[in-house]
Ligand binder design. Structure first.
Ligand SMILES: [Zn+2]
Ligand SMILES: [Zn+2]
Length: 363
């Protein structure tokens, strides 16, 4: 639990109400430590506190609320942190990842009706992104549950629920990268490395990986990057190296850190008609300064990508099937497994930028 923004995570017993209409209770088994949770802790993106964090989880449904037909008790599920309403203008336009109702409800720290199922001594404790998966159990909207086969490991499944869908989706859905397209990925954490795997899977070439960590660059090369570039300290220098090694700039530069200077480097590393695809979440007050002339003159573009523009019910099972067939080495994204009690240590590791995804196990 995060008591207040800027504080440490503490492990506490909390009360969890029974699932209401359209909700289910999930026994969680694994939960990934994601940069968005860190943003909530640091205040980069403020969340309503006290809150139970975690939004990248998988487990088994153990109770369903009134009116819930699917999923049934005993179903293995990956949790999506964006339960689309299916009725708003964005949902009608087939943009369920931008569902207005879900984004409004998320901001309340409650479930879809704006109220919380978590409490301590009768006082509400808030949900994070509907899930609060750093826990043994969670009550979530049934619409957050995506059914998975019983033999999929929970830790791999958990990562599909955020980092992997976000990274691969940015490449496949937001950008629509085609074979032979030139790609750069700036920031090789869980999301960036997933974008890299997505680019490898569609036959992008070259694929330039950029990071500050030499361990992450080594892994990027093992996973199919054609070039590894150490962040050069500023945007122009880094972009110049990417332009050089890609033979004149990339078609798509994916930014997965949320840092404005990395977004500028992504933009400046694109060739004519190229696009910077911004995935990382910046501070709310961040502003980008871009060379404006090159936008019309070179037809350069900036594309935003949230949750990989994905549709969880369609994309999560497909990702897990590709993993099971050995065509997406998703297990390589896991750096370490820790017990729930070591959540704070997990975030220290994430901050250090030295390890791949940390999984908190809640079995
Ligand atoms: Zn996440
Ligand atoms: Zn909607």
């Amino acid at each position: 639990m995060l008591e207040a923004t800027g504080g440490a995570l503490v492990v506490q017993e909390l009360d969890l109400a029974a699932p209401g209409p359209g909700e289910v209770r999930v026994r969680l088994h694994a939960s990934g430590v994601c940069h968005s949770d860190l943003n909530a802790i640091d205040g980069t993106a403020e969340t309503r506190c006290p809150a139970v964090l975690g939004h990248e989880g998988a487990g088994v449904v153990e109770e369903v609320g009134p009116g819930v037909v699917e999923p049934a008790v005993g179903t293995h599920v990956v949790l999506s942190w964006l339960p689309a309403c299916g009725r708003c203008e964005e949902c009608r336009r087939d943009l369920s990842h931008l569902c207005t109702a879900a984004w409004v409800a998320m901001g309340t720290g409650g479930l879809m009706d704006g109220t919380s199922r978590l409490s301590r001594d009768g006082e509400p404790v808030y949900h994070y992104s509907f899930l609060s998966s750093f826990a043994q159990r969670a009550v979530v909207p049934a619409a957050c549950c995506v059914t998975i086969p019983d033999d999929v490991p929970f830790d791999i499944a958990a990562l599909v629920g955020c980092a992997i869908a976000t990274g691969t989706g940015a490449v496949w859905r937001t950008a629509g990268v085609r074979p032979g397209d030139r790609v750069a990925v700036i920031g090789c954490g869980g999301v960036g490395m997933s974008a890299l795997l997505g680019a490898v899977a569609v036959g992008a070439d070259p694929i330039v990986a950029v990071d500050i960590s030499s361990q992450k660059l080594d892994l990027a090369l093992e996973l199919g990057a054609t070039h590894a570039v150490a962040w050069a300290g500023d945007a122009p220098q880094t972009a110049a190296v990417i332009v050089d090694v890609s033979g004149g700039g990339v078609d798509y530069a994916f930014e997965a850190t949320g840092r404005p200077e990395a977004a500028v480097a992504a933009f400046e590393s694109t060739r004519p008609r190229g696009a910077a695809v911004l995935i990382g979440i910046p501070r709310a007050d961040a502003v980008l300064e871009l060379p404006a002339l090159s936008i019309p003159r070179m037809e350069r573009r900036v594309l935003g990508s949230i949750y990989g523009s994905s549709r969880p019910e369609r994309d999560f099972p497909a990702l897990l099937e590709l993993y099971r067939r050995g065509r997406l080495p998703l297990d390589r994204l896991i750096g370490m497994r820790l017990p729930l009690e070591a959540a704070q240590e997990g975030f220290d590791l994430l901050r250090s930028g030295t390890t791949q995804r940390v999984i908190l196990e809640t079995t």
